[in-house]
Design a protein around this ligand. Sequence first.
Ligand SMILES: [Mn+2]
Length: 280
Amino acid sequence: MKLKRKIEVAVISDVHLGTYGCHAKQLLTYLNSIQPKKLVLNGDIIDIWQFSKRYFPKSHLRVIKKIIDMASDGVEVIYVTGNHDEMLRKFSDTTIGNISIVDKVVLELDGKKAWIFHGDVFDVSIQNAKWLAKLGGYGYDLLILLNRFINWCLERFGKEKYSLSKRIKNSVKSAVKYINDFEEVASELAIENRYDYVICGHIHQPKMLLKENKHGKTMYLNSGDWVENFTALEYQFKRWKIYNYNHDKLSAFFADEDIKGMEDVELKDLIAAITINKPL
Ligand SMILES: [Mn+2]
């Protein structure tokens, strides 16, 4: 029997498969509990930056298999590229069956427009991003190239690439400022371009905020990550919500055939997932 939670759109990001921080089993349990029409993978799903052949456990492979299975069962999978999987940007605008690879996407949801992109285009300079992104889609592509070029230079001079974890190492204060600026700039651009929702990942901060300025309003959403927060965004009944694996029970969840076939997933994890309801 398959009884899964039906949702219109599910958005996950920053899974970082192939790294020690990734919580693939929890993600697998979550993916097994839902039946979305569309699944948006909003960047940094496979961590190709930090990829090493020595570390790619079975549970990580199962996540990939699960996503492919979902696609062959009719789920429209949209893979939006991030910075840790920027190698996939070579294949942007490719579609294979139900899976498409893009750098950004706009979804129409009940007459409203949702603008979805990973968010690493703001890395090098939020100020540059602000005026470049005003060029619309063209500006976004330029920003990706600019980021790539600067990271290429940094690497050539033996320096680390631009990343949020580097910022946090430098100072928590600068990381907090970066997160605020990120949310602010993303929302401003969305209002300017008349998007009702702007949906990012990248900064690992799950959020749902109504942003307003004199030109209009938008809803800023961030899907968080599967390293620390275990969160997803779900759109159903004409509204968005943040799904939090640690706090929300997996409703209408049954250990179905998919899970029986995945013998390494421990039953106690599954039971814990549906029974434990930790307070915040
Ligand atoms: Mn990222």
